[in-house]
Each structure stands twice: as C-alpha cells, then as structure tokens.
Design a protein around this ligand. Structure first.
Ligand code: ADP
Ligand code: ADP
Length: 223
C-alpha cells in the first residue's frame, strides 16, 4: 500500500506541478490518467525518489519514502517516461549488468533471473542484439524487463505506451497484466484505454491535483 499525503511541489520557474496531492494506492494495477502537464511525471519521479517535494509525505509499506529513499529504492522498479538511453550492449548483457548493480551477485541466480525476464518480455530471440537496434515496442518491453529485476514490490511505469502502435500497445498491456497481484503497479498515462483495459482503480489528475478517484467504468464514462 502506497500512501501519499498533502504532497506539493513548485518548480523554480513558478509552476505548481503538485498541489496538495493525497492518494492511497492499493496493491494491484493503479492508473493515473491526465493530460500532458497535469503533474503525473512529477508525482512519479517524486515517488521514485528522483526529485524532492516541498511539503507532504509518502509511505510505502511502512517506509517513509522522502526520509529514507534508499530503503524505497530496494523495493522499486521504475520505467521512466524518457527511458531514452539505449545501450549498444545487447539486452542480455545489459540486464545481466543491471542485475549485478541490484546486488544479485551469484552468476547462476543472475542467469536465471535474466533469462526469465527475457522470456517474460518476449525478447529471448533477440536478446543478443543491441538494444539500440530495437523497435519502440521492443524498447519498452526491455524497459519493463529492467524494471522487474530484483522482484520490486512497487513498480512505476510512466507513459509506457506513448508512441506505440495498437499491436505493440496490446502486447505491452498483456505484459503488464501478468505482473503479480501482490505488488503495487502505478501506470501513468494520458491514454484512456491504458487504464480502462488494465486498472481496477484509477485517479484522474489535472493541474497538479487529483480530480477524481474510482473504477474506470465509473470515471471514464464521465470524461
Ligand atoms: P527544481 O525546483 O526542482 O530545482 P528547476 O526549476 O530548477 O527544478 O528545474 C530543474 C530542471 O528541469 C532544469 O534543468 C530545467 O531546465 C528543467 N526544466 C525547466 N522547465 C521544464 C519543463 N517545463 N519541463 C521539463 N523540464 C523543465
Ligand atoms: P505530466 O507528466 O502530467 O505531463 P509533468 O509533471 O511533466 O506533467 O509537468 C507538470 C508541470 O510542471 C508542467 O507545467 C511542466 O511544464 C512543469 N515541469 C515539469 N518538470 C519541470 C521542471 N523540471 N522544471 C520546471 N517545470 C517543470
């Protein structure tokens, strides 16, 4: 369970990106829907401990996230919106490298984790190719694979389907829907179908505020 309380953030240029945001996010897939500029990425980056807030608190399963970012990072898998650095390394080599950084020190364990993730994301056949050569859909699936290393309990995916064609988006939806129910998955998006297809619970964000909270069937019809 993720508890966000009275979170506010004003950037140096005076933009109030988060305006007293309070939100309880249960286990399972949760959708954060809003137009560009709503504050979604600011909220995602703040939860992911990559950015400071001016005010408020975030609690994840008893971890005070803003006070103890390292503890949260051990539980976190993050696919940022601008996941844009595509290494010349192969997907397999890159995942192996990231698994080392995540502390999976035993080579056999690492191999099991990496090959499992390559299968899960349907990249096993192209795992020897450089990630830089991948299509948009393949890159996003690689992005999910890297986010899932080390069994995170909190997974944040920020605008993961922007720019994907319908077939790739569908494949991505299937992949997300297979992530365990015992973790919190936050999917930030401006695409209604992402939340209506995948998320039992959602919030609508605009102008730095949470405007509505509930099931997509109740909220999306009102849009
Ligand atoms: P903070 O208040 O967190 O220090 P800043 O206002 O100093 O944030 O901006 C941080 C960085 O983000 C700067 O490098 C800035 O150029 C960049 N930035 C500024 N405006 C925007 C914007 N509208 N969208 C994305 N990045 C921006
Ligand atoms: P979203 O992810 O919903 O598109 P963002 O969190 O990226 O929203 O942006 C919210 C608002 O904050 C926008 O007005 C954006 O221009 C501004 N903003 C985002 N990042 C920065 C930054 N680093 N510095 C200054 N302004 C920013």
């Amino acid at each position: 369970m993720l508890e966000i309380r009275n979170l506010s953030k004003t950037y140096g240029n005076g933009v109030r990106a988060l305006d007293d945001v309070s939100l309880s996010i249960p286990k399972g897939m949760f959708g954060l829907l809003g137009p560009n500029g709503a504050g979604k990425s600011t909220l995602m980056r703040t939860i992911a401990t990559l950015q400071s807030a001016d005010k408020g608190s975030i609690d994840f399963d008893g971890i005070d996230v803003l006070k103890n970012p390292r503890a949260l990072r051990r539980q976190l898998g993050y696919l940022p919106q601008d996941f844009g650095v595509y290494p010349r390394m192969s997907a397999r080599a890159m995942l192996n490298h990231l698994a080392v950084l995540k502390g999976i020190s035993n080579a056999r364990d690492r191999k099991r984790v990496v090959e499992g993730l390559l299968e899960q994301t349907n990249l096993a056949k192209v795992a020897g190719k450089s990630v830089a050569s991948y299509s948009g859909g393949m890159r996003q699936r690689f992005g999910i694979a890297q986010a899932l290393i080390g069994d995170p309990k909190l997974i944040i995916v920020d605008e993961p389907t922007a720019g994907l064609d319908p077939e790739e988006r569908n494949r991505f939806h299937n992949l997300l829907s297979e992530i365990g129910e015992n973790v919190v998955v936050i999917l930030s998006t401006h695409i209604v179908e992402d939340v209506s297809d995948l998320c039992p619970q959602m919030a609508i964000m605009n102008q730095g505020q949470i405007k509505a909270l509930g099931a997509p069937a109740e909220l999306v019809s009102a849009l």
